[in-house]
Design a protein around this ligand. Structure first.
Ligand code: SF4
Length: 315
């Protein structure tokens, strides 16, 4: 069967993305039939520990494992008392840029970037404006000059994205922006969930790995943490669909740079081991804070206990 037509490209960077990241025309990897079983086996003991701890604590709620939980495994104190998320210029700009890119891949490619950016502002500024903790609440008290500057910066990020990312609205391809991915372990005792920024999937269903997962970054690169997040998404898709992605990639929007990692069972096994570690730690911590294991490091910046914690490094 003939595959989908090659997406049209208008810049050299788009052509490179089609060749090198989408791997256009390259054969897709086949998948070992027992891959999912082998990955699940790495979490079995941890899920058993969670089920036992939950029963001992007379709890019924599932454990939810997200990229945020995984990023806090360094210290029990950080898991219990992380600094609350606060809206600020950089993260609001990133969220708006993601919203604008979501619109772009959902059919707004032909519209001026400024208009798409302004529409993204309007959409997010209208989402729960009465909630004082919402982004809408933060956006709605920006003075007009700040609003214009933010919309201008988001339009610039969208233009940078368009320079690299071709219009993939072609038959046989499907691009999903901000699609929630969920899967469960131990019946429904543990829920793994995440929201990859972009997933490019093929209509072909032949058991081969045919999905590309992309995370978009508009701020400072965070190296290993970004790789770990993507690997977690790759694991989620593998467990949910029974077939892994063929590649996962970070697109640094401002630089137009892509870092990609190809399908590897060893890498997925590492991701499964991190999930197992998160589940085991949650089981250990369930009885209460008495037995917390504290470990100081750079992550203490994100912990509410740091001002009087005995093992936090001096600021
Ligand atoms: S300040 Fe650091 S060491 Fe102390 S509880 Fe928080 S993350 Fe752990």
């Amino acid at each position: 069967m003939a595959g989908p037509a090659r997406p049209p490209t208008t810049t050299a960077a788009q052509a490179r993305l089609v060749e090198e990241v989408l791997g256009w025309g390259a054969p897709r990897p086949s998948v070992a039939p027992d891959l999912v079983e082998r990955l699940l086996a790495r979490t079995t003991a941890a899920v058993g520990a969670w089920l036992a701890a939950r029963e001992a604590a007379a709890r019924t709620a599932p454990l939810v494992v997200t990229k945020t939980r995984l990023s806090r495994l360094a210290c029990d104190g950080l898991q219990r008392d992380p600094e609350p998320y606060v809206h600020a210029w950089a993260n609001a700009r990133g969220t708006l840029a993601h919203a604008a890119i979501e619109q772009d891949v959902d059919g707004a490619r032909g519209e001026p970037a400024e208009r798409v950016a302004a529409a993204a502002w309007h959409r997010l500024a209208s989402d729960r404006p009465g909630d004082p903790t919402s982004l809408a609440s933060w956006l709605n008290v920006r003075p007009p000059d700040e609003r214009d500057r933010m919309v201008g910066e988001v339009a610039g990020l969208l233009a940078a994205f368009r320079e690299v990312w071709p219009d993939l609205d072609v038959p046989g391809l499907r691009v999903v922006a901000e699609g929630r991915v969920r899967t469960h372990l131990g019946g429904r005792a543990v829920r793994l969930q995440g929201v990859p920024d972009l997933m490019v999937t093929s209509a072909a269903r032949d058991g081969r790995a045919r999905t590309l997962v992309v995370d978009l970054k508009t701020g400072m690169p965070r190296g290993q943490q970004e790789r770990d997040e993507l690997r977690f998404y790759a694991l989620l898709l593998t467990l949910r669909d029974g077939v892994p992605p063929f590649r996962w990639a970070t697109l640094h929007v401002t630089e137009g740079r892509v870092e990609a990692e190809d399908l590897s069972e060893a890498v997925l096994a590492t991701a499964a081991d991190r999930v197992a570690d998160a589940i085991l730690q949650a089981a250990r911590m369930l009885p209460g804070p008495e037995a917390d294991e504290l470990r100081g490091g750079g992550w203490c910046r994100g912990c509410r206990r740091r001002s009087d914690c005995p093992v936090a490094p001096a600021e």
